[in-house]
Structures are given as structure tokens and as C-alpha cells.
Design a protein. Structure first.
Length: 277
């Protein structure tokens, strides 16, 4: 009876909308905290897309990806520690499961609904992440009502809330490879077993990792082809000069500065107001 009451209390503490609001708030606050340090790079799909299209320094990408994944892993460990008693109550024992009527693995990483074909799940993740990149680039595009520096988290809040509410039901909307991979790594140390990696035909790789990265690249490409005019994107470069000169033009672009760390931005034009990342 106590277990039933406990489960009832757990299920009444939140709903789909409250989870979407919390997730949107978490992303917005993370961008706010890291914006002046890293350019708000908290998502590998964003970092890779900017490296592929907007001249983000390749030498920084491995370190950023590692930091993003480890950050999500530590966050998952902290959440597990805080809610371990509730998880045990819901599972009904000390066992930890990924599938089943009282499985809790899905609290930490994304999984497709049982009736959703895997192909549909992959496309859902790609479309959702592509939409996110498209919106992020619009927020930063100063020729397209771009947001001022410091206000990007507000735009991100509504972007994540809208994407999660409309496209999140099929898979739980990873949008971010690190947000899914980090918690899976954490759960390996917490008794969830190899099912963390093997469920749904190795879904962790094909959905939250590969599909989000490809979707982000596609969303960035579409924005640069359809709307963006800055020459910091290779899609729009009309350089008849050397590659070095083209790279110099990318670095002089206002949008390029949005992805620089605070230290790097201090070396740019100090007389021009910096803008948000």
C-alpha cells in the first residue's frame, strides 16, 4: 500500500508540460551561464554545425564535445543521487531497468515509444534538431531581427519549449547528443546494465547521436542557403582570393564573434557592442 501511495505521489508531481518547461528553462540557464565563456556551446550538434559551416575553430571541437558530454554525465549522476529513493520506490526494488512497467532508464535518456518505428524516430530527431539550429542561427543573424547579446537564452527557452511540445512525443527529443550520451554513461555505473546501449537496435547511436548531428547540419545548410547572407558561411562565400583572405573575412563577420569565448572576443573590435551567443 505504501509503495502504491509513493508511486501515486511521484506521478502527480509533474506532467508533460511541466517537463517541457523545466527542460527549456534548463537549456536557457545553461546558455546564460556559458554564453560569455564558450559562446554558449552546450550542444555537440551546434558545435559541429558551426564548425562545418561557420568557421568555428576545429582545434576546439574535441575539447568542447568532451566537456559537453562529461557535463551531462555529472548532471545525471547528481540527479540520480538526489532522487535515488524515489527511483527505488518506483522500481519496487533496488533493481534498475530500462524496459518494463516501472523502468526508470527513460528518466535519464531518450527512447522511442513502443509503437513508433525506428525510422520515424530517427527522422523525428533529425527534424527537431534541424529546427533548433535553424532557430538558433536566426536568433544570431543581425540581418534577420537577430537578438542582442545576452538575450539568446530567452529565445532558446521558447525554441526548446516549442520543439519539445510539438515534436517531443515520439522519442523524448534528444536534440543534443551529449544530453543523451552523458546520462547513459552515468547509468552504466548505477546498475542499469548493457540494455542502456543495446535497446531498440542500438538506438542511442542512430537516434540521439547520428540523427541529431545530421539534422543540425541540414538545418544549418538550409538556413545559410535560404536566408543567410554573411560570408562567414562557406555557402555564401564569393571569394576570388586566397583561402587565407576568405578566413580573414569570416573572422571579421559580426556573427563569427558570437561563437568566441570571452577571452577571444576581447581581442576583437572593442568599440562595437558584442552580441549574444
Amino acid at each position: 500500500m505504501q509503495i502504491i501511495e509513493g508511486v501515486s505521489q511521484l506521478t502527480m508531481t509533474g506532467n508533460y508540460l511541466s517537463c517541457r518547461l523545466a527542460w527549456a528553462g534548463g537549456v536557457a540557464l545553461g546558455a546564460w551561464v556559458a554564453g560569455g565563456i564558450s559562446g554558449a556551446h552546450i550542444n555537440p550538434a551546434v558545435t559541429l554545425a558551426l564548425g562545418a559551416f561557420r568557421g568555428f575553430p576545429p582545434r576546439k571541437i574535441p575539447g568542447y564535445l568532451l566537456a559537453q558530454t562529461l557535463g551531462c554525465m555529472v548532471g545525471a549522476l547528481l540527479i540520480y543521487f538526489l532522487y535515488r529513493f524515489g527511483i527505488t520506490e518506483y522500481e519496487g526494488s533496488l533493481a534498475r531497468t530500462v524496459h518494463g512497467p516501472h523502468a526508470t532508464g527513460g528518466l535519464f535518456f531518450t527512447m522511442p515509444l513502443p509503437f513508433v518505428p525506428l525510422a520515424t524516430a530517427y527522422v523525428t530527431e533529425a527534424v527537431a534538431t534541424g529546427t533548433l539550429l535553424f532557430l538558433v542561427l536566426a536568433f544570431m543573424d543581425q540581418d534577420n531581427w537577430g537578438l542582442r547579446r545576452g538575450s539568446l537564452p530567452v529565445g532558446l527557452f521558447f525554441a526548446i519549449l516549442g520543439i519539445g511540445s510539438s515534436l517531443g512525443a515520439n522519442t523524448g527529443y534528444a536534440l543534443n547528443p551529449a544530453r543523451d550520451l552523458g546520462p547513459r554513461l552515468a547509468l552504466c555505473f548505477l546498475g542499469y546494465g548493457w540494455d542502456v546501449w543495446t535497446h531498440d537496435r542500438v538506438y542511442w547511436f542512430w537516434g540521439p547521436v547520428l540523427s541529431t548531428v545530421l539534422g543540425g547540419l541540414l538545418g544549418t545548410f538550409l538556413y545559410d542557403v535560404l536566408l543567410y547572407t554573411g560570408e562567414d558561411s562557406w555557402v555564401n562565400q564569393k571569394c576570388d582570393v586566397t583561402e587565407t583572405q576568405c578566413a580573414d573575412r569570416r573572422e571579421e563577420s559580426p556573427e563569427h564573434a558570437l561563437f568566441l569565448s570571452g577571452e577571444e572576443r576581447s581581442g576583437t573590435d572593442a568599440g562595437e557592442p558584442a552580441r549574444s551567443a
